[in-house]
Design a protein around this ligand. Structure first.
Ligand code: PRP
Length: 186
């Protein structure tokens, strides 16, 4: 059956996100104190969130090392494949570091779980997790984030780095996407 996605409703505005990101940065700064953080951002979805979070942390005199790893589970579909693929490795050493793992959304939990396991295997001293969005109703593995921006219902969310088919990542706020059956589709 053919479906056409289109933007549905605004979920969180750029201003609401900015306020929440600063609350998260405040909590992280208090928890880590003077300890060095290795921030690991899971690409591609978390690039916007990470950019804002590290600058919010800087406002609290926290200046993490930053690295990236590219993982994907969705491919070009709106359904998780259930398999997490590593497309690009970290470039910095992890051994002995306190890692703050950053992702845009915690859905089934498979991506965050896989990333945590990889970081522990590489010798991270500690791995804490920070996600902008959490969809607890979708979880298939028992994982909760240490820092969460917003909890959301089981709706498809785009914007602020989140995509559908690599589109909509540029939107400054978060919105829901609606899938409608195209006229004439069977
Ligand atoms: C999305 C999102 C998270 C992951 C969460 O990534 O960015 O990393 O799915 O889903 P999960 O909890 O069910 O594993 P996606 O695979 O769409 O790749 P992308 O970040 O490149 O958009």
């Amino acid at each position: 059956m053919s479906t056409t996605p289109h933007l549905d409703k605004p979920l969180f505005s750029a201003e609401e996100i900015r306020t929440r990101v600063h609350v998260l940065a405040d909590a992280i700064a208090r928890d880590y104190g003077a300890d060095e953080i290795l921030a690991v951002s899971i690409l591609k979805g978390s690039f916007v969130f990470t950019a804002d979070l590290i600058r919010a942390l800087a406002a609290h005199q926290v200046h993490p090392l930053v690295d990236f790893m590219t993982l994907s589970s969705y491919g070009s579909s709106s359904m998780s494949s259930g398999k997490v693929l590593l497309h690009q490795e970290l470039s910095l050493p992890v051994k002995g570091h306190r890692v703050l793992l950053i992702d845009d959304i915690l859905d089934t939990g498979l991506t965050l779980q896989t990333a945590c396991q990889l970081l522990i295997q590489k010798g991270a001293r500690e791995v804490r997790t920070c996600v902008l969005l959490d969809k607890p109703s979708r979880r298939v593995v028992p994982i909760t984030a240490d820092y969460t921006g917003f909890q959301v219902e089981n709706v498809f969310v785009v914007g602020y780095g989140l995509d559908y088919n690599n589109r909509y990542r540029h939107l400054p706020g978060l919105a829901t996407l609606k899938f409608e059956v195209a006229p004439g589709a069977t």
